[in-house]
Design a protein around this ligand. Structure first.
Ligand SMILES: [Zn+2]
Length: 84
């Protein structure tokens, strides 16, 4: 399940307050979730702040994590329905 991976990526790469390589933590290829993250501006805390108004410098709340996951899930659903 792709979306299970998404939850894992978000928890490890986006949720922490301080990120080592923010802006570079999400590769452009290798997993559909990476593509979804860039397409929906959920790839780094800079984009989350700019496009989703989630401030950086603090950890994501569980609600915000759930929100990001929802955005990714919807995008992936959409893309998959285009392929079908
Ligand atoms: Zn970004």
């Amino acid at each position: 399940m792709v979306i299970v991976h998404a939850g894992d990526f978000i928890a490890k790469r986006l949720a922490p307050a301080v990120l080592k390589n923010d802006g570079k933590q999400t590769p452009f290829r290798g997993h559909p979730v990476f593509v979804a993250q860039h397409a929906t501006a959920c790839c780094c805390r800079g984009c989350l702040e700019k496009w989703h108004r989630i401030p950086k410098g603090r950890a994501l709340t569980p609600d915000e994590e759930a929100y990001v996951l929802k955005v990714l899930e919807q995008w992936l659903h959409n893309e998959m329905s285009k392929l079908a």
